[in-house]
Design a protein around this ligand. Structure first.
Ligand code: GLP
Length: 260
């Protein structure tokens, strides 16, 4: 696991965009996350698209998850969110932006079809991840099997509370979601997990330094061969090995563009 720490979320976004850029240039299949954390990275990618000609035309994308019970047209569906935050501002074809259908009548069939679509696309080349305050990735809540596949899940009360800020009241937050499983996510060839802000400090520590455990779904990244964790100082504040992670960072190429 590579750990990169920057002072601010804006600096983290620069590094994340630079890690993603070579993949985008080669028309990779991107795994996209929603939530507020990746938004500065998406804004930087949009800037590079507009000002530097970074093209997404050959890319396709798969979203991690979706609220179950929200139609795609709902403004808080992840289908709508990713379009608002990223894909409507770049040159990726809309039909190449895939997501789970939160209104699916047959969720079991929906998740099976989604797994198949990812496989048919040749798998995800690089997956962006955020992390929940309880250590979840996508919507894989604590106790999710580390080998789980895409499925319907009940949201943890803490997740409902955390995500209530996007809705008029917590009563409106869906209690269920469709989510790629941890096993599904782990099949992506590269993972980039971004965590910023003090609310993520405990989860970041559990992910990096805690035991590999279904109690912290993100700890599964410890088993991935190409996982990069990008943190700002606030999210890195509780790491015991902070000095070591900072010391080994020059291992990374210096400059704007990272080659992976
Ligand atoms: C949701 C999403 C996750 C995301 C998490 C954190 O639960 N399903 O993919 O990582 O929220 O969101 P935020 O980045 O807004 O803190």
């Amino acid at each position: 696991m590579e750990i990169i720490i920057r002072h601010t979320p804006a600096e983290v976004a620069q590094v994340a965009a630079s890690l993603l850029e070579p993949f985008i240039r080669t028309g990779a299949t991107l795994g996209l996350a929603t939530g507020s954390t990746p938004n500065p990275t998406y804004q930087e990618l949009i800037r590079r698209h507009r000002e530097e000609g970074l093209s997404f035309a050959k890319c396709r994308a798969f979203l991690l998850d979706e609220y179950y019970g929200l139609p795609a047209s709902h403004e808080q569906s992840y289908h709508a969110t990713i379009r608002r935050e990223l894909t409507h501002h770049i040159d990726i074809a809309d039909e190449n932006v895939h997501s789970l259908d939160g209104a699916a009548v047959d969720p079991a069939q929906e998740v099976e079809d989604y797994e198949e679509a990812i496989e048919d696309a040749g798998g995800v080349d690089i997956q962006i991840l955020g992390i929940g305050t309880n250590g979840h990735i996508a919507f894989n809540e604590p106790t999710s099997s580390l080998r789980s596949r895409t499925r319907l899940i009940t949201l943890h009360p803490r997740t409902v509370a955390d995500n209530a800020r996007f809705f008029d009241s917590s009563d409106e937050v869906p209690r269920h979601a469709l989510t790629q499983g941890i096993g599904t996510i782990m099949e992506a060839r590269h993972l980039i997990l971004i965590a910023t802000g003090p609310a993520k400090a405990d989860a970041a520590r559990a992910l990096i330094e805690g035991p590999l455990s279904a109690s912290c779904p993100a700890s599964a990244l410890q088993l991935h061969n190409n996982a990069t964790v990008l943190l700002d100082e606030a999210a890195a504040a509780n790491l015991e090995g902070l000095a070591y992670y900072k010391a080994k960072e020059p291992y990374w190429p210096v400059g704007e563009t990272y080659s992976c």
